[in-house]
Ligand binder design. Structure first.
Ligand code: MLT
Length: 323
C-alpha cells in the first residue's frame, strides 16, 4: 500500500512537472538563427522584431548569424535542431521559396518539413547602384548593361538568396543572364562595397539600403513594387521608370523545426503579433520601408501559403537560371 502511494505521488509529481514546464515555455533564451551576415536586411528585421518578442516571451531572443550558401546553411542548422521551440529561424523569400528550385540536394523542406510561424515583414526590392555609376536613371542603366554586360559587376548574397533571386529575374528580363556576379555572406557586407564603389549594382531589400539611399551614398534606380515606398518617396517604381515587367515582392518570416510543441507555436505567433502591433516596433520597421504583414500573413497557415505560392511563381525561372 505504501509502495502504491509512493508510486502515485511520483507519477503525479512528474505529470505536474510536465504540465508546469509546458505552461512555462520559454524557460530559457530562444535562439533565432539569421542565415546571413549581421547588418543585412534579415538581421535588421530579426533584431527589431526579436527585441519586442523577447519582452512578450519573458526570455531573450538571441540572434545567431550563421551565414553561407545563400542562407541555406543557417536554415538547415535551425530546422534540424531539436524541435523544442528553443531554436527558430528568420528566413525569407530566398531561403523558403527560392532555395528548393536552386539547390537540388537541399537538406530541409520548407513546404512539409518545417513549422511556419508567421511573416515578419514585406521587404520591397530596389535596384541600387554605386553613386558614381554613369547611368542617371533606370532606362540608361538598362541600355548600358545590355550594350556592355561585361563591364558590370553585380553583388549578391549567394545562390538562392533574395538578392541573387531578384537580380536573376532582372538579368533574365534584360537578356544578360551571365553577367559577372560576386557572392557575399549577406548584402550587409555587399552594401559596404557598393558604397565604396567596388561593385556596380545589386537588387536588395529596402530595409538595409533605405538609409544609404537617403544619405546619397548609393543611388536607387527603382523599386520593383506596384507603388512607391513611403520610406523613399523619390524612388520611382519600375513601371514609372520604364521596366514594368520587373515586379517582385520579397519578405522575411519566422519558422521552426517541424514538431515543436503547439504551446511554443502559439506563444511565438502571439509574440510576433504583439511585436507587429507595437507602435514603436512598427515605426522602426516602417522607417526602413518594411511593409507590415496582414493579420492572415502573421499566422502559420497564412505564412505557409505565401511560401508555397512564391515558390511556384519562382520555380521555372530559377530552375532555368545559370548557377
Ligand atoms: C541579408 O540579410 O543579407 C539578405 O537578406 C541577403 C539576401 O538574401 O539577399
Amino acid at each position: 500500500m505504501k509502495k502504491l502511494a509512493l508510486g502515485l505521488a511520483a507519477a503525479m509529481s512528474l505529470a505536474f512537472a510536465g504540465g508546469a514546464n509546458a505552461q512555462a515555455y520559454p524557460t530559457k533564451p530562444v535562439t533565432m538563427i539569421v542565415p546571413f551576415a549581421a547588418g543585412g536586411p534579415t538581421d535588421i528585421i530579426a533584431r527589431i522584431v526579436g527585441d519586442h518578442m523577447s519582452k512578450t516571451l519573458g526570455q531573450q531572443i538571441v540572434i545567431e548569424n550563421v551565414a553561407g550558401a545563400g542562407g541555406t546553411t543557417g536554415i538547415t542548422r535551425a530546422l534540424t535542431a531539436a524541435p523544442d521551440g528553443y531554436t527558430i529561424a528568420m528566413g525569407h523569400l530566398g531561403t523558403f521559396s527560392a532555395a528548393p528550385a536552386t539547390y537540388p540536394g537541399l537538406k530541409y523542406d520548407p513546404f512539409a518539413g518545417m513549422q511556419a510561424i508567421g511573416l515578419a515583414g514585406g521587404t520591397p526590392i530596389l535596384i541600387v547602384a554605386r553613386k558614381t555609376l554613369e547611368a542617371p536613371d533606370l532606362k540608361a542603366f538598362v541600355a548600358a548593361v545590355k550594350a556592355n554586360p561585361d563591364k558590370f559587376n553585380e553583388a549578391h548574397a549567394g545562390l538562392g538568396s533574395v538578392s541573387w533571386t531578384t537580380c536573376t529575374l532582372l538579368k533574365g528580363q534584360l537578356g544578360v543572364p551571365k553577367l559577372n556576379a560576386v557572392a557575399y555572406r549577406g548584402t550587409g557586407p555587399a552594401l559596404n562595397d557598393l558604397v565604396s564603389g567596388q561593385i556596380d549594382f545589386m537588387c536588395d531589400q529596402i530595409v538595409s539600403v533605405a538609409e544609404q539611399v537617403k544619405a546619397g551614398t548609393i543611388k536607387a534606380y527603382a523599386i520593383a513594387s506596384e507603388k512607391r515606398s513611403p520610406a523613399l518617396p523619390n524612388v520611382p517604381t519600375t513601371t514609372e521608370a520604364g521596366l514594368p515587367d520587373y515586379q517582385i515582392e520579397a519578405w522575411n518570416g519566422i519558422a521552426a523545426p517541424k514538431g515543436i510543441p503547439k504551446e511554443a507555436v502559439d506563444k511565438l505567433v502571439d509574440a510576433l503579433n504583439k511585436a507587429l502591433n507595437d507602435e514603436g516596433t512598427q515605426k522602426r520597421l516602417l522607417d526602413l520601408g518594411t511593409v507590415i504583414p496582414t493579420a492572415a500573413e502573421r499566422t502559420p497557415d497564412g505564412f505557409a501559403a505565401l511560401i508555397k505560392r512564391d515558390a511556384a511563381k519562382l520555380d521555372p525561372a530559377l530552375k532555368a537560371a545559370p548557377k
